[in-house]
Each structure stands twice: as structure tokens, then as C-alpha cells.
Design a protein around this ligand. Structure first.
Ligand code: F6R
Length: 362
């Protein structure tokens, strides 16, 4: 059932290339720079849209943060992200010009359902992005987009995160094209990178031995810090969440630029810092922030674009060049790192203590 893997989580990490292929299947036309998502927005709706609001929790919140940046960059639309339990439809917005997107792999998260009900109550159009056919969220929104990752059994979300971001990247292209904000050539570039994503993830999965060796070296650390900028920032937050939830170790994610504004006080030779240094993550600036941590003797693990020379890292983990999706591929290293730290400690990886796969209470 686990296909020869000891845990569902590891199986699902390794399923990401096929999950992503399924997510993208027959939805992109790279040559024409178009996508087909089978979404019927009313005539003139996308052009008049002023704001896209994401509501989500946990890992789905980080996928939304990734997407908000994609939308600002490729679809010229304001995008905001709110933790679902904190969401209110606030004044000063025209509900007709505001699309509220619920990102929830299970489709049953009570906090997210509550947020979407408040949005619908205010008259906003709503869209669900989910992995689960027939889930509650699909019945309570105007439209649904399925991420098609296949069933995920491990409590820690892995392949659903990758498929959420890939689906939302397709939505970004659809909205950018629909608004006349994204040229054919630019859309083609994004779609080419997306098409290369499953192969890029596979190349990273093939480096698992390296990750296991790093996990062995650092398993007894006091804490783990993850840092990144731009698309690397939500990935840093996601990397820390994954590690804490399955290993029970202290892990925190920061915007790389924030290290010097406080967290640096926690850094020592017992706190490895994992950094996203790829394209799409302002690698050079983040490298400088990582150096500040290294000066305090922190071990440095950097995820870098393949072929870019990086000096004096304790570990340099390479991702193939896929533009703004490189941080998403970097996340696969963080997933494997969290898995191996937890596995070395013999944690209950698929069912961490105190956590449930879908959280149906507010
Ligand atoms: C972390 C994790 C949770 C979920 C969150 C939202 O690995 O799985 O943080 O992402 O509970 O769940 P969904 O996406 O089902 O709304």
C-alpha cells in the first residue's frame, strides 16, 4: 500500500513528479501561451477585477503567499493573503471586483469554510482550489479548481503543496492573459518553466542521499532556522512548519532580511540555517544574510541554482533552472530534510502527535 516506502510521507514526497504531471495535464498550451482551466468567469469579470484575496491555513496559506507574488508579477492584480481564521470582508472594497479564493487541499477546513462564508455573505465571488472532489468547499463556492495531486495520507502536506502552487500558477497565467496583462511571449516563458517542473523535482529527489547525510550531521541541533526572500520566503516558512510538525524540533522560518532585526540573537553553532538562494529568491542578498549567521558560527545549508558557484556553504543543494519555480523545487529538499530528521528520531511521521489531516473545528 505504501509502495515499498516506510511512510506515506516519503511515498508522497516521491510522487511529486507524477502528481505535478497530473496537475498540469492537458491544461497548458505552451506554444500559444494559453491555459485551459475550464473556468467560466462572467464576461468582463477578469478585466474589472481589482483584488484577489486568498484565505487559507497552514501549508495552504504558504502556497497562497507564493501565488500572490505570482499574480502581482504576471497578472498585474493586487493580491492579498489572510489566515482564514483572521479573515473579514473589510469595507472599501467592491464585492464584484474582489475574487476570494479558498485554498484547501481537504476542502473541509472549518476556518477556511468560515472565511469563504463571510466573503460570500458580503457578495464577493468565490473560488475553491482543492484536492478533494465533492468536498464541502466545492459546494459553497461559485467555482472550483482541482489540483489533482491524488490522495494524500500523511498528515504533513507535501505533494498537495506542490500541486497547489502549480495549479495556482496556471490560474495566474489565465488571469494575466484574461486581463491583457501578460504577453504571449511572457506566458510562454512561465509555461515552459512549469512544464519543466516535474523533471526538476525528480532531479532533486535523486539527491536524497545527500539530504540524509545532512540530516545525520544536524539531527541533534538546538533549533533549525529557514530563511528566504520573495518566492523563497513562503518556502522558508513551509520548510520550518514541516520540520516542527513531524520532528517536534524547534524550527522557525524568517524573511532573510529580518534575521538581523532580532532572530540573530538565537543563532549559534547549534542552529543550522537553511536558505533559499535560487532564482526568484534574491539569492545574492539572501547569501549576505546567511553570511551574518555564519559569522555567529551557524552551519549553513543553501539551496542554489545548479551551475551557480557558491562559496563557503557547509552544504550546497542544487536545483535545475526553472525560474520563479526554483523555490518550489527547493522546498522538496526541505521536505526530505524534515522527513529524515524525524525518521532518525523515530517519530510518528504519518500521524504526528496532536495533529489531524483535516481540521474541522474553528
Ligand atoms: C501542514 C498541514 C496543515 C494544513 C492546514 C490546512 O503540513 O498539512 O498546515 O495545510 O491544516 O489544510 P487544508 O489545506 O486541508 O485546508
Amino acid at each position: 500500500e505504501k509502495g515499498g516506502y516506510e511512510h506515506y510521507m516519503r511515498k508522497e514526497i516521491h510522487e511529486q513528479p507524477s502528481a505535478l504531471r497530473q496537475t498540469l495535464s492537458s491544461r497548458l498550451d505552451v506554444d500559444r501561451g494559453e491555459v485551459d482551466l475550464d473556468l467560466d468567469f462572467p464576461q468582463g469579470y477578469l478585466e474589472s477585477l481589482e483584488e484577489i484575496q486568498f484565505v487559507a491555513c497552514g501549508t495552504s496559506y504558504y502556497a497562497s503567499q507564493y501565488t500572490a507574488q505570482l499574480l502581482e508579477e504576471f497578472a498585474d492584480v493586487r493580491a492579498t493573503v489572510t489566515i482564514a481564521s483572521e479573515y473579514e470582508f473589510e469595507g472599501g472594497r467592491d464585492p464584484w471586483r474582489t475574487l476570494v479564493v479558498a485554498v484547501t487541499q481537504s476542502g473541509e477546513t472549518a476556518d477556511t469554510l468560515g472565511a469563504i462564508r463571510r466573503a460570500a455573505g458580503a457578495g464577493a465571488r468565490t473560488l475553491a482550489v482543492t484536492n478533494t472532489l465533492g468536498s464541502t468547499v466545492t459546494r459553497e463556492t461559485n467555482d472550483t479548481l482541482f489540483i489533482r495531486a491524488g490522495p494524500e495520507i500523511g498528515v504533513a502536506a507535501t505533494k498537495t503543496f506542490a500541486s497547489q502552487v502549480a495549479t495556482l500558477a496556471l490560474l495566474t497565467v489565465a488571469i494575466g492573459r484574461g486581463r491583457g496583462a501578460l504577453s504571449t511571449a511572457d506566458a510562454r516563458d512561465v509555461l515552459e518553466d512549469l512544464r519543466a517542473l516535474p523533471g526538476a523535482v525528480q532531479q532533486v529527489l535523486d539527491e536524497e542521499e545527500q539530504v540524509l547525510a545532512a540530516a545525520r550531521e544536524y539531527q541533534d541541533s538546538d533549533a533549525f532556522f529557514f530563511v528566504g526572500r520573495r518566492f523563497g520566503y513562503p518556502v522558508a516558512l513551509e520548510g520550518a512548519l514541516k520540520l516542527k510538525e513531524i520532528s517536534y524540533d524547534h524550527a522557525e522560518g524568517f524573511a532573510a532580511g529580518e534575521l538581523k532585526h532580532g532572530p540573530l540573537a538565537l543563532v549559534s553553532d547549534q542552529t543550522p540555517v537553511l536558505a533559499v538562494l535560487t532564482t526568484g529568491a534574491d539569492g545574492d542578498e539572501t547569501r549576505n544574510n546567511l553570511t551574518e549567521a555564519q559569522t555567529r558560527r551557524a552551519p549553513a545549508i543553501g539551496v542554489v541554482t545548479a551551475g551557480i558557484r557558491t562559496k563557503s556553504l557547509d552544504w550546497a543543494l542544487e536545483v535545475p533552472a526553472v525560474g520563479v519555480f526554483e523555490p518550489l523545487v527547493a522546498n522538496v529538499y526541505f521536505q526530505m530534510f524534515a522527513y529524515h530528521i524525524a525518521n532518525l528520531k523515530e517519530r510518528s511521521i504519518d500521524k504526528p502527535r496532536n495533529l489531524a489531516k483535516s481540521v474541522t473545528v474553528e
